[in-house]
Design a protein around this ligand. Sequence first.
Ligand code: MRU
Length: 349
Amino acid sequence: MTVRHSTAAPRYDPVRYERGRLTVLDQTRLPRETVYAALTELDQVETAIRTLQVRGAPLIGIAAAYGVCIALAGSPSLAEAQRRAPAVLARLAATRPTAVNLSWALARMERAIAALREPDWREALEAEAAAVHRDGRAQDARMVSHGLALLAPNARVITHCNTGPLATGGLGTALGVLIGAHGKLGGLHVYVDETRPRWQGAHLTTWELAQHGVPHTLICDGAAAALMQRGGIHSVWVGADRIAANGDTANKVGTYGLAVNARHHGLPFYVVAPTSTFDLALDSGAGIPIEERSPREVAAPEGLLLAPPETPAWNPAFDVTPSELISAIVCEQGVFRGPKYDLRKDIAG
Ligand code: MRU
């Protein structure tokens, strides 16, 4: 299904689930076309997550929760569904290693599966996945209101990757705050890192900002430091894929360099993420697994040969920003200010 989009109407829903069918807005086709893919098999959900048709830490968790329903709700009996569950959960957990929201959502589904009872177990399973989605939306709304307190009217900000509704299925994290600031504070201008090598900034963040009517300018990742040097930038805003107990934060590759540059230029650097992105089992970012993707994404993005075909390329999808470079972490529970974080103490529940 192809739908033409206009910049005036912010109408899009990155995932929708109805009885065994997950409809996803194919993020690999934006901004060229708005195409939805219908996923009705577990391997289709796995592929959609691996290939970034569905991406962004919270949205990966939501898609995986619905993927569990797709894989198990058709089982002939509850006993059979519970027998198959460990393999299904393991397959989904293996799709992408860095965003901890994935294992967080799957752990929630695992607990729900253990508690299922006849006769309405299929409905209860689907209700839990819907609750993962609904809770994420509610967390987004709280993060946006906490984050707005860190912005003033007429702010000029830089952001990296895509952290809007497309990444969460709700309002978004960092971009959710910025979209909120456009409506509530006014005068906002967002500079968008293109975000090589998968162009989430160029393809997705610009598209979302246009959908919401937010003034923005696309920049090459390498231009962010020069923009800071010229002056007039007030702050830098990013999301996260996994945050360790000491505040070290894994996010899209390029985030660390942006944080170093922000510190050099005396700019606040803000991370916005729900507590489902916090991995309090990890003392520091040293334990965060970093996904390495195909070298072809760097050397031949979207089929365009940029380097001689035999050129080796290194393609880490994420990097880790040390917590001392982070001015504050915004989550649904509030704003935690650096430079030292002890999230095991700070986080309630
Ligand atoms: O590889 P992606 O596109 O899934 O990476 C996404 C990011 O790095 C986002 O910044 C992060 O998930 C935060 S989204 C709310």
